[in-house]
Design a protein around this ligand. Structure first.
Ligand code: MG
Length: 371
């Protein structure tokens, strides 16, 4: 029986993680749950899974949560991340949205925990710090579908030559470039293959999601030899090329419960009810158009620049996506703003979680408040 702490349990990955626990009651036990502010669902899950250790970011809701779950131990804010990371969980599922994920990962790794990681920001902005902590202990198991695919392809292998991430191309793959400036938030968040939160759906539409994933892969697998290919069906989740010319790919129907289950069950593959890949099947792989979707070029620039460049890219994009969702800027402004931020900011080097947040907040506020 593995004990799980699920941080961000009310979001898309969090609820799918709990789905997996429901169908594997003999394998997993939930010992800690947290969320940002949705106390109704948090209390519902706490009761369902008989979980007595709860965390909530929004401290003003502590009292109400206490009334809903009178027997639970409740922590708030950053204190909650530290308390939940130090509980007796075997695996800490970090499914929180945004930069707070870095604090959660840092807290869990400081306690030498195994982290099932669905949060992008922790590696994109805090990759160097996370890598340093990993040298001292703990483990990260990727939950992102592409990185889980690479991880699965690498099992049993000693070395590899190149990572090839796949990208669906998002909802505007076939939209003419001159129409992109006019697309609405509603169209941008309607992803063809995956059900996801708003921020990541917009990132998928601009291809910034692939940019962030290239940076994630750089830290997870210790290489800069990372390419990507457009694969609209999202059935091959990524590939790894080896020095004998062999390419291994991991495939399956697009369903985040597969990478979540693999991260939780590894080294075993646990049984799951799934939609089989319909065969026969034609799959497409085409070259990306970086003139139309330049975001991944920015990832390469940020990796080459090193230091805080990826923090700047991530913070600028986050502010720009919010401005786009609030209809203050056009869709095509998002990546332009991120590029301008990379041009404008010197590449200093954050040495602590606190300094990552300082840089992130400074860039985010500067851009968000300008519009
Ligand atoms: Mg992904």
């Amino acid at each position: 029986m593995k004990k799980l702490a699920v941080l961000g349990c009310t979001g898309s990955i969090g609820t799918q993680t709990l789905d997996i626990v429901r169908s594997h009651r003999d394998e997993f036990e939930v010992v800690a749950l947290s969320c940002a502010s949705d106390i109704c669902n948090l209390a519902k899950y706490a009761n369902e899974f008989d979980c007595k250790l709860l965390g909530i970011s929004d401290a003003s809701k502590r009292k109400d949560l206490g009334e809903l779950c009178p027997r639970a131990e409740i922590y708030c804010g950053d204190e909650a991340l530290a308390a939940l990371a130090s509980c007796d969980a075997d695996i800490v599922v970090v499914a929180v949205v945004g930069m707070v994920g870095l604090k959660a990962v840092a807290a869990a790794l400081d306690r030498k925990k195994t982290v099932a990681l669905a949060n992008k920001e922790s590696l994109v902005a805090g990759g160097a710090i996370v890598a340093e902590k990993l040298r001292k202990g703990g483990e990260i198991r990727p939950v992102d579908s592409e990185h889980s695919a690479v991880w699965q392809c690498l099992r049993g292998e000693k070395e590899f030559k190149r990572i090839i991430l796949t990208a669906s191309g998002g909802p505007f793959l076939d939209t003419p470039i001159n129409e992109l400036a006019y697309v609405t938030p509603e169209r941008a968040i309607a992803h063809p293959n995956w059900r996801m939160g708003k921020k990541i759906s917009v990132d998928s539409a601009t291809m910034m999601n692939k940019a962030l994933e290239i940076i994630e892969a750089r830290w997870l697998f210790g290489t800069t030899n990372i390419d990507y290919v457009i694969h609209p069906e999202s059935i091959v989740h990524s590939m790894v090329e080896f020095r004998d010319g062999s390419i291994k790919a991991q495939a399956g129907m697009p369903d985040m419960r597969l990478p979540i289950l693999y991260a939780l069950g590894c080294p075993e593959r646990l049984t799951r009810e799934y939609d089989a890949v319909p065969l026969p099947l034609r799959l497409g792989f085409s070259a990306p158009d970086e003139n139309k979707f330049p975001a991944p070029k920015l990832a390469r620039r940020a990796i080459a620049a090193g230091g805080d460049a990826a923090i700047v890219l991530n913070a600028a994009n986050e502010a720009a996506v919010r401005l786009f969702l609030e209809r203050k800027i056009a869709f095509t402004d998002i990546v332009r703003i991120a590029e301008n931020a990379l041009d404008a900011e010197p590449a200093a080097c954050a040495e602590s979680v606190e300094s990552v947040f300082e840089t992130h907040n400074r860039i985010y506020d500067k851009i968000y408040l300008k519009y």
